[in-house]
Ligand binder design. Sequence first.
Ligand code: HEM
Length: 106
Amino acid sequence: MLKKCMFIVFIIVLTLSLSACTSAKPDAPGTQKFTVEELSQYNGLNGSKAYVAVNGLVYDVSGIPQWNNGAHNGLQAGQDQSSAINSAPHGTSVLKDLKIVGTLVK
Ligand code: HEM
């Protein structure tokens, strides 16, 4: 009887572990892939999300006050701003506080 119970518990634990592993979605946050064209849809205009790419990573700047409507010091979201960030007073130090949504594919 005890052996049977232990076997059932083992099966339940195994099933829960397997479902936890397989429930990870391929497009979970941070793993989305964007072409330059797809990225351009996230320009922060008309209520859209505001994403910017820097050195191959795509960052979410939606909700950042300095990026209101996707605009920031002459820049617009939805683009690869790898060069522009080098001329910013803050440099790349601001990136560590932004959410990474995925990568830019060429
Ligand atoms: C990919 C490019 C860029 C990103 C991701 C970015 C991101 C940010 C973020 C998140 C902030 C808010 C920082 C905070 O609240 O602590 C900020 C502020 C600011 N950014 Fe940018 N920025 C970029 C490019 C630029 C450029 C090109 C300039 C100017 C040439 C610039 C000038 C500023 C200034 C003056 C502030 C306000 C002061 C400060 O927080 O340092 N940024 N930026």
